[in-house]
Design a binder for this molecule. Structure first.
Ligand SMILES: [Zn+2]
Length: 277
């Protein structure tokens, strides 16, 4: 694909990267008539990170996605597989606008729970924060420090909640972590130790690695933080709106569309989608 369509790319820059993906997917539809095809488009995600959730740039990316989808639908018609094809358009997360960075490893270094060398590399740690952007894992080697760490985190502005191991295991997160912290909307975590504990995201910083106008990685129950699933095709109800479902419901639902079942999974088929159910 890169030999055929690589001229459309500018490294991994958007929107050219997704235009390259679109050309590759159209070629695959026309030449292979696939039974299952999955494509990951990143234009909207990139624009939201760089410019904000409802920015003009993000809205322009949505329009480009709409055009790309139109091209893919046209390709299935040309390939003669439109009537038997189901289209599912989905996101795996939304985003929340941010203006402040929290570097928890700076806090841990100040408490001597973590050691940094002259080149800003972490060389030793008893307490370490691993960022997921909107939330962060907290790993603690020396469990005697647990209460101190819990108190220090709870005193920090910008932290909405500190979750314990048993709470995060219930959510499907890493059982090795002692805590997981959730940022308030507007804040996100960086795990590096270059820069202050708390830093405002200024216009000049946007474009540098890890500096964003919006991020994801928050608790799935965060307010106004839901993503989307749109499905269309034979056997799928038209115009039906379903209030909510979970990401884990998507795999068994797609399995049903493809004609098989996934009985031993946590999610369930979103049966309201289907005609006659
Ligand atoms: Zn992203």
């Amino acid at each position: 694909m890169n030999k055929k369509f690589g001229h459309l790319r500018k490294g991994i820059k958007q929107p050219q990267l997704d235009d390259f993906i679109t050309a590759s997917v159209i070629d695959t539809i026309l030449t292979r008539k696939p039974g299952l095809l999955m494509a990951h488009f990143v234009d909207l995600d990139s624009m939201r990170h760089q410019y904000g959730v409802t920015s003009n740039e993000a809205n322009e990316a949505l329009k480009r996605h709409d055009n790309r989808l139109g091209e893919l639908i046209t390709a299935t018609k040309k390939a003669g597989i439109f009537d038997e094809s189901t289209f599912a358009i989905l996101g795996d997360h939304y985003q929340i606008n941010v203006n402040t960075i929290l570097r928890l490893n700076i806090l841990f270094a100040e408490q001597n729970w973590l050691t940094i060398d002259a080149t800003n590399e972490i060389i030793e740690w008893e307490v370490y924060a691993k960022s997921c952007d909107g939330s962060s894992y907290i790993y603690i080697k020396n469990q005697a420090l647990q209460n101190h760490v819990y108190e220090a985190l709870n005193q920090l502005p910008g932290i909405e909640k500190v979750y314990t191991t048993s709470e995060i295991v219930h959510l499907g997160a890493d059982s090795e972590a002692t805590f997981m912290v959730e940022a308030i909307p507007g804040c996100y975590f960086m795990e590096n130790v270059e820069g202050p504990l708390v830093e405002e995201v200024t216009d000049e910083k946007i474009g540098q690695p890890d500096y964003y106008r919006a991020v994801h990685g928050y608790h799935p129950d965060k307010k106004d933080y839901q993503t989307t699933l749109i499905v269309s095709g034979p056997g799928i109800k038209r115009g039906e709106e379903i209030d909510n479902a979970q990401l884990i419901d998507e795999a068994p639902t797609f399995a049903k569309i493809l004609g098989f079942q996934m009985p031993n999974v946590e999610g369930k088929v979103i049966s309201d989608l289907f005609e006659g159910e």
